[in-house]
Design a protein around this ligand. Structure first.
Ligand SMILES: [Zn+2]
Ligand SMILES: [Zn+2]
Length: 319
């Protein structure tokens, strides 16, 4: 529906029910584009710089540790915090923990939590049909159609000036004071995610070079890896891999992405059972996020953890 065809008095009411809202102000669209290019291009520049330096000087154990720690914090912030908790409510927890999860997820630089959740819920509602936030299947047939689809699902959708309507898809979070506050200070958390490894690297090495390489490995390279792994779930895990479960989409499981995506690549399992806190449904399906949630449940840090009964699993099997 074109909202301009609706009589002015009713436009704001109708806008609430549009899945997507077009940015029609030129200053806003310029700002949005700058943001989109920033989050895509800056980590790539950081990666190239870090690799060139590493080829000449190697990687110090401090830089590698900063990369690993910040990758785990922001990666789990996305998969456990933004995805399994905020998007799907697959468990319950206390306010300090949900705020921490939302802050760690924000440090990944994939957009503020409410924006991320709204995009993801729209993806589930329209999976691989028109209206999906980032399906790789809606860009034509043949080789080029597939390449275009892969690009759109991985990166292209980020530049789209039609934004998901958060009023429609994430009203609960807009009303959640603590999460709305984290959302409001999004750029502070992104800055923290870049500044922390820089400061720690600088202090531990006592040098400006240590500060710079800490910023590169714990900040930009780590951000690049978390971006690529999350976006690989959107692109690769809707195109290649196997589908043990029936689902109304083309989602797939990919074993080789299980560790880098922290369990997100059991994506056919996830689309079949989106309310499950655990993505790895078999013992060999490595699901680091699911294992962390099981440990947190044992420690009493989370509760009402949703899991799937054997009957439900059997009923959805494709073979
Ligand atoms: Zn999906
Ligand atoms: Zn999901």
């Amino acid at each position: 529906m074109n909202i301009n065809n609706v009589e002015p008095a009713k436009q704001s009411v109708v806008a609430h029910y549009q899945p997507k809202i077009t940015i029609d102000s030129s200053s806003l669209s310029t700002l949005y584009r700058i943001h989109a290019y920033g989050i895509v291009v800056l980590p790539i520049i950081g990666l190239i710089t870090a690799v060139l330096l590493a080829l000449n000087f190697g990687i110090s154990p401090i830089d590698f540790s900063l990369f690993l720690i910040l990758w785990l914090l922001s990666g789990l912030g996305i998969e456990v915090g933004f995805h399994r908790y905020l998007s799907h409510r697959s468990f319950q927890t206390s306010t300090p923990i949900r705020v921490l999860l939302a802050i760690f997820g924000s440090m990944a630089g994939q957009g503020p939590p409410i924006y991320w959740v709204a995009n993801h819920r729209r993806h589930h509602q329209y999976s691989d049909v028109i209206g999906d936030t980032h399906s790789p299947h809606l860009h034509g047939q043949g080789f080029w159609g597939r390449i275009q689809g892969l690009w759109y699902a991985h990166f292209g959708w980020i530049f789209d000036l039609e934004l998901t309507n958060t009023y429609l898809f994430a009203k609960d979070l807009l009303r959640d004071g603590a999460i709305a506050k984290v959302n409001q200070y999004y750029y502070v958390w992104v800055f923290l995610g870049l500044a922390l490894p820089a400061v720690v690297g600088g202090i531990l090495t006592g040098s400006i070079i240590g500060l710079f390489t800490g910023f590169l490995w714990g900040g930009l390279v780590r951000m690049f890896v978390v971006h690529q792994t999350t976006y690989a779930v959107n692109s690769i895990c809707h195109l290649y891999g196997n589908r043990p479960f029936k689902s109304l989409d083309q989602s797939t499981n990919n074993f080789w992405l299980a560790i880098p995506t922290l369990g997100g690549s059991w994506h056919n399992n996830h689309h079949a059972f989106p309310d499950s806190a655990i993505n790895g449904l078999k013992w060999w399906q490595v699901d680091l996020s699911g294992w962390l949630l099981k440990a947190m449940k044992t420690l009493g840090l989370i509760w009402d953890v949703k899991t799937i009964s054997l009957e439900r699993i059997e009923a959805k099997k494709t073979a």
